[in-house]
Every structure is written in C-alpha cells, then in structure tokens.
Design a protein around this ligand. Structure first.
Ligand code: 4AD
Ligand code: MG
Length: 462
C-alpha cells in the first residue's frame, strides 16, 4: 500500500478505502477500549486522528506509542465523529518505527516556550510552531526563485569564500587552513598568508553583491540567493552571524527602478504567503500575533512612502520623541528610529533614500551635492530595515577616489574597479535579508526562530 501524506488524507473524500500513513505521534489519549492518536507527518499543521481498538492490538503492544514515537499505520479512512476534522483512520495494522521514551523525550504535549525550544533546536521542527515556520520558509524561497525566473533574471552563483570585504565594514569570519598553534610569520612578524590554502587571506562572504555586479554587466539582470556571514554583534533579535540574502542586480536600472523592483518584490512575496501558506499563518497568528494577517494585507495593498534620509531625520528631530540613540543629520539610523517613522509617523512601509556617504558603503553612486549617495533602505513595521540597496558608482575615477578616501585596500577588489573601465554602465541592486522577511511574514519577534539552525555569538552547537 503506497503512503498517503496526512495533508492529502485530510482532504480525501474517499472514505471506506484502506490507506497507509506514517508519522510522529503528537498525543495519545483514550480509555480502556479505544485509543486516539494524533499523528503528524510534517505535510500540514493538522494532525490526523488514528482510532485504535485496543482489543485488536493489545495494551502491551501499544504501550510504546507515546508522544514523539514514529509509527506506520494501515487503516480505513472513515468520516470523523469528532469535531474539527472531516476524516479519521480506523487502524488495522500498526508498525512502530521508533519509540521516544517519555522519561527522556524533551518535547511533551504541553506547549513549550520559544526560549526553551531554542535550546533543543535539533527537535523543534517537530512542534506545530516550527513546522509552520519552516514550511513557510520553504514557500518563500520557492517564491523568490519564481519571481525572478518569471521576470527574466538569472540565478547567479557567487562565491562563499572570498578575498574581499564587500561592505567594507570589516566584520568578516576568516577562512584558513593554517595551524593556529604555529602560524607562519613573515620577516616583519605578520601572519604569512602566502602559506595558506589559497595563498592569500580569505574570508566568508558578507554579500554576493560585488560578484553579482559582474553578472549584471554581462547577463543584464541577475540575483543571488545564498548564505552570508557577518561577525558583527549579533546579540539582537534581528541579527544573525549566518543569514541568507537575496541580491538582485540590474544593468541600466537607476535608483527609482530599484525602489520599484524592491516594492513589487516584497508585495509579491507577502501575497504569495497569503495565497499559499494561509493555514500555517493562521496558526501562528492565533498563537502569537493576532494582528499578523491584517498587517500582511496592509503591506500588500498600500504604496510605500518614499522620502530622503534628510527629510526623515527632520521628522525624527521634530518628533519630540525620546530615543535611546540620538538622531541628527549624519547619524546611522537605529531600528528605534526606523520603526518610529514606519509605525508612528507614516503608519506604512517607508523607503528612505540619499543617505550621507559616510554611513554607507564605498560602492554607492555619489550625488552631485558631494554629501549624499543614491542609497535606498526599505523600512518595515516591527522590523526596521528589511532591504538595503543603491545605484552603483559606475565611474572609475569617482569610485577609485572614494576607495582611496576611506583607505580601503585595492588589492582584493581590483577586478571590481576594472569593470568600470570596460563597458561600464549604470546599474543598481539591493539585498533583502531572508530572515527579516521571514520575521515579517510569520509575525515572530526573534530572528533565531525563523531559521532552522541559528548562528549567533556562542551558539553553533546544532
Ligand atoms: O544593508 P546590507 O548590509 O546591504 C548589503 O549587504 C548590500 N551588499 C546589498 C546590496 O545592495 N546588494 O544588508 C542587506 C540586508 C539588510 O537590509 C537586512 O535585511 C539583512 O540584509 N541583514 C541581516 N539580516 C540578518 N542578520 C544580519 N546580521 C544582517 N545584516 C544585514
Ligand atoms: Mg543596510
């Protein structure tokens, strides 16, 4: 008998037929004569009820069927007497694949706190909450590829190991095969990276953008979608040391095209979630955040407000609001500032443009005022910055001047500068933090809860 997924079994109307399901026991209850098992196989938030006639199997055989155990069931699909589900399974044959001793199995049928579940991240996908989140995560990843594929963008694979610091922020994880106990030194006493695997110093990438720009200068429109790594202080609810980023890069786009793409892309993804993940979103909304669905619909149906950084700072300065971090022209905005603009002032997503060049990366196109760059950050309710992007400096002399001004080493990015000499063209792109998107779509408030294996300071166990 071929296995039927529980998602399909629950939708089936073919009662009276024998079917096979396999899954993990969520709960088992009942009386002397009959046992009811709620079974889940990860294909849906809903469990199917297995009705077991105890006389048919014997108490002793059924004993190991406890929360967390895995069973294989043949039985007749019948209309359900109980409320909530339309069908259930009358068990005919049961095989126990794996037991889960109730004395040691960490997950019990009572709800656990998210904090506790973080400590047992290797088991939390078995819970309703994390089942829902990781199903949504899958659908969002698929929707990202679909969005770009349908619009003629190519998925361009950029390297994980690089020699360059794409953001120029110096928060990289080093990759080395050198023996840390006897590091080779040069005559000046510096680490001799020429003896390292690649013959030079290398790092995990902080962004695929620089290589992505090369892709766009050949294929027109590309996107990257992969893990990125930052050794910055990630002890916040919105930062991970390892997070996934989506970075489209488009030849001939200016910053307005860039903003239009970002807004359309975000709305598409949220609409996709509403259309394809509603059962899971409804569950999360009921459990954690009853304004979630309204918030998702609002973003899909309203235009984002666009204004300059300078205008945004003015609003913040005049707000009379007491912020933890001071706000003034030239300050890097903190999430409290971003959320004030979005949640209190405009009550809608905001795109801020034209930031001071000092607080943005070296590659952004410089405005004629000599002070600002053609940046754009998309700010979301509950999140703050969800996207950061810009038009790129395509002029070789201006870019080189900026690199020298801020004292960046040219050696690891010489090739990036070089393409400005060969058929340079205007282009623009942005980066969407996948987990920030996941926070918004699921309504969760800690970024550790939207990725299966979060990497944060002192946390790389599993
Ligand atoms: O603003 P960021 O640093 O921009 C870049 O990396 C550019 N290279 C993107 C580009 O133009 N192609 O990062 C982009 C986004 C942020 O808006 C945020 O959503 C997310 O990546 N992000 C993080 N997400 C989780 N943990 C972290 N430590 C993050 N740092 C950035
Ligand atoms: Mg940013």
């Amino acid at each position: 008998l071929k296995r039927t997924t529980i998602a399909d079994a629950l939708k089936s109307v073919e009662t009276g037929k024998e079917i096979n399901v396999k899954g993990w026991v969520r709960t088992r209850r009942g009386n002397k004569n009959v046992s009811f098992v709620a079974l889940n196989d990860g294909t849906t938030i809903n469990n199917i009820q297995i009705v077991i006639d105890i006389a048919l199997f014997g108490e002793e055989f059924l004993k190991p069927i406890t929360t967390g155990s895995c069973i294989n069931v043949n039985g007749i699909l019948v209309e359900s007497q109980g409320q909530g589900q339309s069908v259930e399974i009358q068990a005919k044959e049961i095989q126990i694949y794996g037991t889960a001793d109730p004395a040691t199995y960490p997950l019990q049928k009572k709800g656990h706190s998210l904090e506790f579940l973080r400590e047992i991240a290797y088991l939390r996908p078995r819970t309703n909450t994390f089942g829902a989140i990781f199903r949504i995560r899958h659908h969002m990843a698929y929707a990202i590829h679909k969005y770009f594929n349908d619009r003629g963008f190519y998925y361009f694979h950029t390297p994980i190991i690089t020699a360059s610091d794409a953001e120029g922020a110096g928060s990289m994880f080093e990759v080395t095969t050198l023996d840390m106990n006897s590091v080779p030194k040069t005559e000046e006493g510096k680490i001799d990276f020429s003896q390292d695997f690649f013959g030079r110093q290398t790092n995990l990438t902080v962004s695929g953008q620089l290589e992505g720009e090369l892709g766009a200068m050949a294929l027109g429109a590309i996107y990257t979608f992969g893990p990125t790594f930052r050794a910055e202080n990630s002890n916040t609810p919105r930062h991970l040391a390892e997070f996934w980023m989506i970075e489209p890069e488009v030849a001939f786009n200016d910053n307005t095209d860039n903003m239009n793409l970002a807004e359309d892309f975000l709305k598409y993804l949220i609409r996709y979630a509403l259309d394809n993940c509603m059962e899971d979103i409804e569950f999360l909304s009921k459990m954690y955040d009853n304004e979630l669905i309204d918030r998702l619909n609002f973003v899909v149906n309203n235009n984002f407000v666009r204004l300059t950084y300078t205008e945004g700072v003015k609003i913040l300065e005049e707000s009379g609001q007491k912020f933890e971090f001071p706000v003034y022209w030239g300050a890097d905005l903190q999430s409290e500032h971003e959320r004030y603009l979005v949640e209190k002032h405009f009550k809608c997503p905001v795109i801020l443009t034209d930031y001071p060049k000092e607080i943005k990366s070296f590659y952004m196109k410089q405005n004629d005022d000599g002070k600002t760059v053609r940046a754009m950050d998309v700010l979301f309710p509950k999140i703050g910055e969800i996207i950061g992007g810009s038009e790129r400096e395509e002029n070789y002399d201006k870019l080189l001047k900026r690199v020298n001004e801020i004292g960046m080493h040219i050696d690891p990015i010489w090739w990036y500068l070089e393409i400005r000499k060969f058929g340079t063209a205007p282009h623009a792109g942005f980066g969407l933090g996948f987990e920030r998107l996941m926070l918004f779509v699921t309504g969760m408030t800690n970024i550790r809860d939207v990725i299966p294996f979060p990497r944060t300071p002192n946390n790389a166990d599993f």
